[in-house]
Design a protein around this ligand. Structure first.
Ligand SMILES: C[S@@+](CC[C@H](N)C(=O)[O-])C[C@H]1O[C@@H](n2cnc3c(N)ncnc32)[C@H](O)[C@@H]1O
Length: 276
């Protein structure tokens, strides 16, 4: 009775009163909030992925002494990644939002999955397997386990293939990923495209380099000596001297707080760096 009265009062102003049971989850929260998936962690992960790990402390020290024009974050500040998010780096956090914002629910994942299937000429959905390791949110869509990690990567791989012809390229391609995060696209590209034999993950935030090093090792992509190719992945920090050429960048870097000129600055920095 009260609901009906309120509804008829508010209707002329463009508002309706409806039971919350008919709303999607994302319609109930007006402020986007991170959600946490305490999925299983592999053995050793919790003891390695911690803020006081010596490797992370060392990376932070080296990054702190580097050219500030490259490493000063506009968006990523201390605290962008909590200690819990360092362990559950594939969760719904600053790296990849997964359940926040309009339409970020199972229905949207289903639509995105069927879109991905419609462009999947190389059969990547069958080849790129998914799991919920490190807090990743997964959805079973018609028997295919998907996540934003998987779907974003698949669409990006087809975009890059369309523009750079990566799918049937002969082995020997090097990719430089600036702002590589936890190594999401590195993992997917190296699993999908045999032409890519070297993938350089660079990031101005020490935590990201720390996590991507760990993650690519976990996916066994840091040393592919078993197939005769050593050093197929170099996870580099911007404070190391490395020269590379840019194969592609799938992101609007302005959203990361990275000026386009950062690409030039990184190259200059590699050239001018005297090591650490
Ligand atoms: C939203 S995350 C995206 C990560 C990854 N590209 C992905 O799509 O999975 C943004 C990344 O940019 C990195 N980043 C932030 N400021 C940067 C800067 N000035 N230069 C390079 N990387 C930066 C962060 O550490 C983080 O890894």
């Amino acid at each position: 009775m009260i609901a009906k009265l309120l509804d008829s009062t508010l209707k002329p102003y463009g508002y309706r009163v409806v039971p919350s049971s008919i709303l999607h989850d994302w319609q109930k929260e007006l402020e986007p909030k991170a959600r946490f998936n305490a999925s299983r962690l592999p053995p050793g992960a919790a003891s390695y992925l911690r803020p006081d790990h010596p490797r992370l402390v060392e990376l932070k020290r080296r990054y702190a002494s580097f050219d500030r024009r490259v490493t000063s974050p506009l968006v990523w500040v201390d605290g962008s990644l909590s200690a819990q998010e360092l362990r559950y780096f594939r969760g719904d956090n600053a790296y990849v939002w997964q359940l926040r914002g309009p339409n970020m629910d199972a229905g949207a994942y289903a639509l995105a999955t069927y879109y991905a299937k419609s462009i999947d000429a190389l059969g990547l959905l069958a080849r790129l397997v998914e799991d919920d390791c490190f807090g990743n949110f997964t959805f079973d869509i018609g028997g295919t386990l998907v996540s934003r990690d998987l779907l974003d990567s698949l669409v990006e791989l087809y975009f890059l293939d369309r523009h750079l012809g990566l799918a049937f390229a002969a082995p020997g391609l090097t990719v430089l990923d600036i702002g590589a995060g936890y190594g999401r696209l590195a993992h997917r590209m190296l699993s999908a495209l045999p032409g890519v034999t070297r993938y350089l993950c660079t990031d101005a935030i020490a935590e990201s380099t720390f996590v991507s090093e760990y993650y690519l090792g976990f996916r066994k992509l840091d040393d592919l000596s078993s197939d005769g190719v050593t050093g197929r992945i170099d996870t580099v920090s911007v404070s190391q001297r490395h020269k590379s050429h840019l194969e592609g960048d799938t992101h609007d870097t302005s959203s990361l707080g990275v000026e386009p000129k950062a690409v030039t600055l990184v190259k200059e920095a590699f050239e001018n760096s005297h090591g650490c």
